[in-house]
Design a protein around this ligand. Structure first.
Ligand code: CP
Length: 313
């Protein structure tokens, strides 16, 4: 039987996308309570394989697996035998030989997830790959917005900041447009994506004031300096003046809501103190991260064809 992986949101069928949103929003009210969810994965063991730092994604995948009754084992690049010269492929094959039931993988290089998925014997779930995809982040963002608004149909969502280096933006655009939202981007020209496949046809703003005038929800991204190679933002004050979500800008539109995948750099892309602002859904996104990852792990391991199309050839 062919393996089902979740490497990008494009792996999901439209029915699968809807099923995950529904299931995740059903789980959310149960979080924080004991013994009121059925364990669907007792005896399963999931490897969390992180080649990059993470707080939210790693902890929420771990919590999600435990809430489903599965156990987890953690690999982190720092302190691993990669520091002694072991290759990525040898590391992955070593982990695969331990016979886990699934691998949750974060890696900083585009293309690694597909390479890994083609060599292992179990499902791979992306926990973020380079600038390419962060499928469960895009899903949990949509789930948070569905909880708040009931639907994404007709929503005007603008993604502001470092779109060029953002795997989150790529997953948000795919998920939110498929759910009926109108999506726009707002960034300085040097932080617009080079390839236009995922932004093709999207309205582009070059000043956050114009974007806020247009949208109903603002998705803010940090400057991902760890991925800056051929570009830089030299004048941070000028960047803030044109692209930062300040308290004054947010409060100009009391009905507007803000999302941010985290981690936040307060004082850069948003003002200090805005994470906790009543118009911020940032902590709600984190809660939805646990529920959505429960839905993804459970479905992929027990009924994969309900969410992804499995190529039988
Ligand atoms: N949003 C996100 O991926 O955060 P972490 O890097 O903390 O996992």
């Amino acid at each position: 039987m062919p393996l089902a992986h979740l490497l990008t949101t494009k792996d999901l069928t439209d029915q699968g996308l809807q099923a995950l949103l529904k299931e995740s929003n059903t789980i959310v009210p149960h979080l924080g309570h004991r013994h009121d969810l059925t364990y669907t994965l007792p005896g399963r063991n999931i490897a969390l394989v992180f080649f990059e730092p993470s707080t939210r994604t790693r902890l929420s995948f771990e919590t999600a697996a435990h809430r489903l009754g599965a156990s987890t084992a953690l690999f982190q690049q720092a302190g691993s035998s990669i520091e002694k010269g072991e290759t990525l492929l040898d590391t992955i094959q070593t982990i695969d030989a331990m016979k886990f039931d699934a691998l949750v993988i974060r890696h900083g290089l585009d293309g690694t997830q597909a390479q890994i998925a083609s060599t292992v014997s179990v499902p791979v779930i992306s926990a973020g790959e380079g600038t390419k995809a962060h499928p469960t982040q895009g899903l949990l963002d949509a789930s948070t917005l569905v909880e708040h608004y009931g639907t994404l149909e007709g929503m005007k969502l603008v993604i502001v900041g470092d779109v060029r280096h953002s795997r989150v933006a790529r997953s948000q655009v795919d998920v939110c447009t498929r759910l009926g939202a109108e999506v726009a981007i707002c960034a300085p020209s040097e932080l617009l994506p080079q390839e236009h496949d995922f932004t093709h046809g999207l309205q582009t703003f070059h000043h956050v004031d114009e974007a806020l005038e247009w949208c109903s929800v603002v998705s803010v991204l940090r400057l991902q300096r760890e991925r800056f190679t051929d570009v830089d933002i030299h004048d941070l004050d000028a960047y803030r003046q044109r692209f930062s979500l300040t308290r004054e800008r947010l409060e100009r539109y009391p009905e507007m809501r803000m999302i941010h995948p985290g981690p936040v750099n307060p004082g850069v892309e948003i003002d200090h103190g805005l994470i906790q602002h009543p118009q911020s859904l940032i902590h709600r996104q984190v809660t939805h991260g646990v529920a959505m990852r429960m839905a993804v792990i459970s479905r992929l391991l027990t009924q994969p064809s309900s969410i992804v199309s499995i190529n039988k050839s």
